[in-house]
Design a protein around this ligand. Sequence first.
Ligand code: UD1
Ligand code: CA
Length: 454
Amino acid sequence: MSVMKAVILAAGAGTRMKSDQPKVIHKVLDRTMLDYVIEAAYEAGASEICVIVGHGRDAVMHTIKHPVSFVVQEEQLGTGHAVMQAQEFIQGEGNVLVLFGDTPLITGESLSKLKTTHEEGRHGVTVLTTRVDDPTGYGRIIRDEQGHFLKSVEHKDAEQDERKVNEINSGMYMFKAEALSKALGQITNDNVQGEYYLPDTLSFIREDGYPVEAMELDDYTETLGVNNKVQLFEATSIMRKRINYKHMESGVTMVDANQVYIGKDVIVEADVIIYPGTSIEGKSVIKAGTHIGPNSKVIDSVIESNATIEQSTVLSSHIGEHTTVGPYAYIRPNSEIGSHVKVGDFVEIKNATIGDGTKISHLTYVGDADVGKGVNFGCGTVTVNYDGVNKHRTTIKDHAFIGCNTNLVSPVTIEENAYTAAGSTITKNVPHDALGIARTRQENKIDWVKKKRH
Ligand code: UD1
Ligand code: CA
């Protein structure tokens, strides 16, 4: 097995997207199109990846999650010209995989097959192809009578009979590095579009004596390129289906799989039920028996078994088993919520730990707090964690009882089994088993109303 590098073309403007953002950083589900292509290249065994950037390059360079190097193509003079910019990168032994940044559906599996075919046949280059109903606009693959690859001709340069061919050039190739380097020096822009075409390298490599072959993919959807927002939607639908079907086949229930949006890296165990309008993104894990949705969002979070997340958002947090969240709760980053906890309606939790069996049933803000086990929050409690300059922590120990409408002005500690009286603004620590009461005493002015009206 020889070393394989990858070059990904992403310099084009993507004008038809009608967007201020460069095309390749538009998202399909939870990540950019370019990130999918990078992942597929790494999955197929690429050791290093070079991305050719041009239009909107700063945005592209800042948005990409994976480690790659970048080379700038100042002017977009064609796909061959784009690869020429990486001449230094592709020098050396082994193979070079060339991909486009706007074909997010290609899989690492197919690229691995391309590599195997290429290496077993000792090809100078192997082009990935597929058959489509309407090949208009694509480069066509012309084969000889024995079915061997002859050439790839661009639509605009093709003869009438060549245009009838429905086997198309996907734009993806595996090159032998030395063959590619040499052929890049031979291509010209003498064609209808006045561009340096990468497919022209194929003929030069053939003339150089290397076997050149085309590997046809059965699933044409893997090669679909995204040029506008309709195609972005179509690619997203295909990706969504691919991911959701895999989960359903392994035992996940989706009430309506057309309205469930799960990222590629998310792990969902069997017997999870997902209701419509739910998106689960990033590195999330959903354990068995949990119910999520409707209309919920979970990002980079772990939800333990038999939990319920209803009409709620959970970000970068951990939710224990049998815990219920929502409806209408907002769990912000770095929250560690125990098991058998109730987080009810209109509750916001941020950067807090919540012990097992605690109940925060309604209209409460718990931020920058460490809350013990079996604590009960009355309605309308606020941890007053911000003094306008700094954030402070609130500590509430096991089995404390926080009365309705308590303000806990941090830093402050409520010790074990302590109570706070409803309507208190607590500024001092409350000792264990004590009642903290901090409000003006009620006075009833007898017949005050009668006198006033008199
Ligand atoms: C290309 C192929 C065609 C193939 C089709 C598959 C060529 C000449 N044609 O045509 O055979 O059927 O893809 O989709 O290669 N890019 C750069 N720099 C450039 C030009 C392009 O980075 O100077 C990037 C674009 O951003 C884009 C990709 O390369 O992501 C493809 O370029 P595009 O001009 O769209 O090629 P097609 O005409 O689609
Ligand atoms: Ca294109």
